[in-house]
Ligand binder design. Structure first.
Ligand code: NDP
Length: 332
């Protein structure tokens, strides 16, 4: 089957030359393993970090080897008693048409509950990060004024809606286009939103949250974090989820510049990884499932067709081409 490999480590922005799309032999199927035909895969910002050769919380991708990441596929051959042909499973070997997966690395998902792609977005890792990041890392409380960046993306669009449903006094988002800003205020129920490309974040945030903010859910870093520090109220809590404005920078990263504000106002900055909050997974799935059934949370997916277009989908996601979760449909 086809697989997508890392052809070269990118410096700065990845390009199509970063990837190679090749035909590969499948390894033999061992006991306890299943052969999966992938239906849909995720492209995620954290994958950019794995393209660089530094040790982090996940090891780097190897040059010349297939990339990996979240995917949902159908079991077509099973040597595991726990999984049957026809089962749909969530697993970690995306970026390929067929995957040989150990049963321990495959979680059965129910297509009657939600379509396969949902398990990579609203009911998957991004949803879990939004839920745990807001409620635990940021210690959200009823009555908070909440600001979230990359607000029209997979994580951000859920953070804003969870905040609204949980009793936020005001929910403010930033995103990179007029269409996304309209989506936030007209479809997702944000109280205010702005396009960070229209002018300084500091000025636009001051207008959108005139009384300041209690929670900042940071997906972006850089200028956004600087502005949020200036607008933070006494005792504000910042959940540092991502810093996507910096992932493709070459050379040294400078800042944040306004940390004196954190001292003066007792602001907490807490970085987190979704993996710290496995204890909240069931609660998240239960509540998110209910919100979806009741129609109280909506979500979008931007779906690119074809595994060969996964590299372009990944690059486009980093540039903001997606509204909601960016997915690549491989088959089905
Ligand atoms: P998104 O669906 O939000 O896609 C990324 C978005 O980032 C783009 O759509 C784009 O939207 C925005 N963006 C790109 N460059 C910039 C920039 N320079 N300034 C501001 N916005 C920019 O991705 P996810 O929801 O999957 O991830 C969002 C963030 O959360 C990322 O930083 C990611 O690394 C992090 N994350 C962290 C986790 C954790 O465990 N800590 C788990 C999951 C995600 P726009 O058009 O608005 O610019």
């Amino acid at each position: 089957g086809t697989e997508v490999r890392l052809a070269a480590r990118p410096e700065g922005w990845p390009t199509l030359e970063t990837f190679s799309v090749v035909q590969a032999e499948l390894p033999p199927l061992g006991a306890g393993q299943v052969l999966v035909r992938n239906l849909v895969m995720s492209v995620d910002p954290y994958m950019r970090g794995r393209m660089t050769d530094v040790r982090s919380y996940v090891p780097p991708f190897a040059v010349g080897k297939a990339l990996d990441g979240g995917a949902v596929g159908e079991v077509i051959v099973s040597k595991s008693p726990g999984l049957a042909v026809g089962d749909l499973v969530l697993h970690g070997l995306g970026w390929r048409e067929y995957a040989v997966v150990g049963a321990a690395g495959a979680v059965r998902v129910d297509p009657a509950v939600a379509p396969p792609g949902a398990y990579l977005g609203v009911l998957g890792m991004p949803g879990h990060a939004a839920y745990a990041g807001l409620l635990k890392a940021a210690e959200f409380r009823e009555g908070d004024v909440v600001f979230v960046s990359a607000a029209a993306g997979a994580v951000g669009s859920l953070v804003g809606q969870i905040a609204r449903l949980s009793g936020a006094a005001r929910v403010v988002g930033s995103a990179g286009s007029a269409e996304k800003v309209a989506y936030l205020t007209e479809e997702l129920g944000f109280d205010a939103a702005f396009n960070y490309k229209d002018g300084p974040v500091r000025e636009q945030l001051a207008k959108a949250a005139p009384g300041g903010i209690d929670v900042y859910f940071d997906n972006v870093g850089g200028e956004h974090l600087d502005a949020a520090l200036l607008l933070g109220r006494m005792g504000a809590r910042f959940a540092l989820c991502g810093a996507i404005s910096q992932y493709n920078l070459k050379g040294e990263i400078v800042g944040p510049r306004n940390l004196m504000q954190a001292i003066a106002k007792g602001i907490t900055l807490r970085g987190f990884l979704v993996g710290e909050y496995t204890d909240l997974k069931d609660q998240f799935l239960d509540r998110m499932g209910r919100w979806l059934t009741e129609g109280r949370i909506t979500h979008r997916e931007t779906v690119v067709q074809g595994l060969e277009n996964a590299p372009a989908a990944f690059i486009d996601m980093l540039r903001g081409a997606n509204t909601g979760k960016m997915l690549v449909k491989i088959a089905g």
